[in-house]
Write a protein that binds this ligand. Structure first.
Ligand code: PLP
Length: 334
């Protein structure tokens, strides 16, 4: 393993001490049905029970707690309308800082209301996420607000990596970790933590066929743009940034594989999670279970930890998937 990675095990351990007491150390529970299916012990890391409903609170809390007093007084800003936006709003409020979240006019009212409820200053700007991001950059330049990006930042990766530290402690004989991947903050942090503690553990990223930015970038040898399409795993959408500084290099060095899932496979993962495990998860969080059910994980050599990363799914959508819908976003529908 290269010694020059942007986030080290020491950074992750420091993040663990920093955010302890601010986030939940989530349970890791055995899955009887998946253990039977795979022939090895399979456990689920119930990170969807984290406050704000996703692991994003770990990175956001670490980033906010790492600010200087003077930076904290200026406030933080991001353009995320999803789990990162929620997490940053929550983390900032908990530390008495102001979070500004910029979003486009097209963002549904319920998302706006939710992030306002978490105490953020919501600014509606433009007709796309890119225009909202331009507003972020303007406010950073004009008012000195501190931008906290969703994945490509050492403090974010170190915070997400604390999940890997917990798995290493909770499952000392773990042989493989299945981790959902989009921008790669979670996968980079978890892989750095696990492999520092237990170098032989394999870390496999999972994402949807519709817009696998990190996989395409690793194949191209550099960050590339991909076409985005609606997916059940909406939290896995978006690119990795053409000027990626942290997660591309770390994922290239640390991940053993990235496996792609169809919409039907993701839907099956959500259904298994609900019916067999009694857990409500969003599509992005169901990809690990989906890959096991689809028989896409090869060379199973020992105990597996599967990260359930979030639960922020529209409950009407969840219900329709439970009732058998496999691809609500196929062309011409939804
Ligand atoms: C953000 C997110 C991911 C992907 O995390 P990255 O760090 O962008 O790879 C996976 N699952 C959920 C629920 C998320 O919110």
């Amino acid at each position: 393993m290269s010694a020059s990675l942007p986030v080290t095990i020491e950074d992750i351990e420091a993040a663990g001490r920093r955010i302890s007491g601010h986030v939940i150390a989530t349970p890791l529970v055995a899955s009887a049905s998946l253990s039977k299916l795979c022939g090895v012990p399979v456990s689920l890391k119930l990170e969807h029970h984290q406050s704000t409903g996703s692991f994003k609170l770990r990175g956001a809390t670490n980033a906010v707690l790492s600010l200087t007093t003077e930076e904290r007084a200026r406030g933080v800003i991001a353009a995320s309308t999803g789990n990162h936006g929620r997490a940053l709003a929550h983390a900032a409020k908990a530390e008495g800082a102001v979070a500004t979240i910029c979003m486009s006019q097209l963002v549904p009212t319920n998302k706006v209301t939710e992030i306002r409820r978490l105490g953020a200053d919501v600014r509606i700007f433009g007709n796309s996420q890119d225009e909202a991001q331009e507003e972020v950059e303007r406010l950073v330049a004009e008012r000195g607000l501190v931008m906290v990006p969703p994945f490509d930042h050492p403090a974010i990766v170190a915070g997400q990596g604390t999940l890997g530290l917990e798995i290493a402690t909770q499952m000392p004989d773990v042989a493989m970790v299945l981790v959902p991947i989009s921008g790669g903050g979670l996968a980079a942090g978890v892989a750095a933590a696990i492999k520092a503690r237990r170098p032989a553990v394999r870390v496999v990223g999972l994402t949807m066929e519709r817009g696998a930015a990190m996989k395409a970038s690793l194949a191209a040898g550099k960050p590339v743009l991909i076409e985005e399409q609606p997916s059940l795993a909406d939290s896995l959408g978006g690119g990795i940034g053409l000027d990626n500084r942290v997660t591309f290099q770390m994922c290239r060095e640390l991940l053993d594989d990235i496996i792609l899932l169809t919409e039907a496979e993701i839907a099956a993962g959500m259904r298994h999670s609900y019916r067999q495990e009694r857990e409500i998860v969003e599509g992005a969080a169901a990809v690990g279970i989906a890959a096991l059910l689809a028989g896409k994980i090869k060379d199973i050599g020992g105990p597996i930890a599967v990260i359930l990363s979030g639960r922020n799914v529209d409950m009407d959508l969840h219900l329709s998937v439970m009732n058998g819908e496999t691809d609500p976003f196929r062309e011409g529908v939804a």
